[in-house]
Design a protein around this ligand. Structure first.
Ligand SMILES: *Cc1c(COP(=O)(O)O)cnc(C)c1O
Length: 407
């Protein structure tokens, strides 16, 4: 039986947990995407900070297809070359000594939190199991990760949550000092809160977290699922802040669109996840790791990272002008190519409406909460793609500005 694969089919075949927009993308190249009707879009969303090298980067296509003709999957009963090469490259490029591969951000965080719990229990006894996390953070959608994240909208309604988690306000040093104790096994922080509005941590906050962890023998975990892999203009976000964690999780851009994630740890921390304590069938498969290896090689280059800064400046100045002219944004914030345009009071709560209008004008953007328009484009987006996208965004904003004030 032949079916028409249009957006209408979606509700009939999919679990209703998402509400995708009305157009169905079918092709992508660089920072451009085309839908079923051939309509072109400039992609400032990057598949939610995933497509760091744009769509179908030729070197990634080559890495994927070459490996696809050799070995896709072999299981963790065997070591494989791409995984060992990628782990070696990641440890060379970061503070870490050891790597655990997974397939998603939630899984990488799950591994980090399980490691933290074992570390705590083994170094300080059963009571040393508390994880201190930020309110309004985001660490994925598994039960452990939603419990850690401190957002009731994601964690409530699933029966008893995971216990032993203390939530503190982001960037509040005193609250952190009050929460961390000898019972703490880990403090987990997103260096820039991505989903909750593109809110950078202050350096002082991260530094204090480092000190508190050292004082109380707790692990400092940075969730760099969104901030890692060049997004902030440094290979990893912690470099931007000059504060080094014990454990870091990566996903999103590490596979540039191929499912891949990693938990990186110091040797000292990693040894607590000893033989048999954790695992994954697909984690570290050769196909994903071959893509990750090439992605890391391409991203970890000074020219690319400098280019992120240059693009940042270009975006921020243009977005500030557009935002002011039409009284849409009161602030443009963020680091590198993780940008948040904060809506003015008139547009409060209307981020979804704004992104829908942008899409109608041929530019893909994201929201980060109800009041922030988030941009996370390709790190190698071309100048003309940026300018074309911004022109489309300006048209959308102009149209919005003519609408009567929503009540
Ligand atoms: C996206 C994200 C996650 C979750 O990643 P998944 O691959 O969807 O499981 C975790 N942490 C942060 C900071 C993220 O931005």
């Amino acid at each position: 039986m032949n079916v028409t694969v249009s957006r209408d089919l979606y509700e009939h075949v999919m679990v209703p947990n998402y509400a995708p927009v009305s157009v169905v993308p079918v092709d992508g190249r660089g920072a451009r995407v085309w839908d079923q009707d051939g309509t072109e879009y400039i992609d400032f969303a990057g598949g939610i900070a995933v497509n760091a090298l744009g769509h179908c980067h030729p070197d990634l296509v080559e890495a994927l297809t070459l490996q696809a003709q050799r070995l896709w999957h072999i299981s963790n009963i065997f070591a494989n070359e791409p995984a060992m090469r990628l782990a070696h490259a990641l440890t060379q490029a970061s503070f870490a000594d050891r790597v655990f591969f997974a397939n998603s951000g939630a899984e990488a965080n799950e591994a980090a939190f399980k490691l933290a719990r074992r570390y705590g229990v083994r170094t300080g006894g059963e009571d040393k199991h508390e994880i201190v996390a930020n309110l309004n953070s985001f660490h994925g959608r598994s039960l452990f990760t939603v419990s850690v994240a401190g957002q009731p909208k994601y964690s409530e309604g699933f029966g008893p949550p995971i216990k032993g988690i203390r939530h503190v306000a982001f960037n509040d040093i005193q609250a952190l000092e009050a929460a961390v104790s000898s019972h703490t096994c880990a403090v987990v922080i997103e260096p820039v809160q991505g989903e909750s509005g593109v809110l950078p941590a202050s350096r002082a906050y991260l530094q204090r977290a480092r000190e508190l962890c050292d004082t109380h023998g707790a692990l400092l975990i940075f969730d760099e699922v969104q901030t890692g892999m060049g997004r902030l203009g440094t290979l990893f976000g912690y470099e931007h802040f000059d504060v080094v964690p014990d454990v870091m999780t990566l996903a999103k851009a590490i596979g540039c669109g191929f499912p891949l994630a990693a938990m990186l740890a110091t040797k000292e921390a990693a040894r607590h996840l000893e033989l048999g304590t954790h695992g994954s069938t697909f984690g570290g498969n050769p196909l994903a790791c071959a893509v990750g290896e090439t992605a890391l090689k391409l991203i970890d280059r000074p020219e690319l990272l400098r280019g992120v800064q240059i693009r940042h400046t270009h975006f921020v100045s243009a977005l500030t002008v557009i935002g002011k002219r039409y009284d849409l944004f009161k602030e443009v914030r963020g680091i590198g190519l993780l940008l948040g345009c904060v809506l003015t009071d008139r547009w409060k709560g209307q981020a979804k409406h704004v992104i829908d209008c942008c899409l109608e004008h041929g530019v893909m953007v994201l929201q980060a909460g109800p009041d922030v328009i988030r941009l996370a484009p390709s790190l190698v987006i071309e100048t003309e793609e940026i300018d074309e996208g911004l022109a489309r965004l300006a048209k959308a904003v102009k149209q919005l500005s003519r609408e009567p004030v929503a009540m």
